[in-house]
Write a protein that binds this ligand. Sequence first.
Ligand code: DQA
Length: 175
Amino acid sequence: MSARSLEEGRARGKTVLVLHGPNLNLLGRREPDVYGAITLQEVDDRLRALATELGVRVEIVQSNAEGELVDRIQAAAGSASAIVMNPAAYTHTSIAIRDAILAVGLPVVEVHLSNIHAREEFRHRSLVSDVAVGQISGFGVDSYLLGLRAAVHVIADARRRTLKTRRPQKARRPA
Ligand code: DQA
């Protein structure tokens, strides 16, 4: 088994919550020059196929409502091991989403279809990125797929660290 699949194996059976923020339900019709022709259904199908390949479960939710996204982040504390989130426009405005991420303490991978740093100045600031494990921006649907892979690695790594600390320490030989 390669080191990579061993790593992924440690996340097997775990759940990753994927959250899509406002207006992403319109993908395919919405500003196709920026976001491409792919629909949200196609993004979700690609995510589900990759999840099967990696041996993890995905729960996928889209909402246009900030409070609903906050509720989902809170609920994930008991049901998911990591979150992949495209907060969409709330990226740039939502202290509530940022606070929810801090409150639950789950690892979050922030993703964006477009490169937010190459767009209007108001999109350069993310209220989420410094409380996320990392940000993937500008790769279209691949941002989500890379985000899911990153989440799996973060889960596996956390598990590796837990296993290490649980393993009984060998008795030290006297010097
Ligand atoms: C987006 C970028 C945001 O600035 C914008 O408000 C979106 C989508 C992206 O995926 O590129 O709705 O998050």
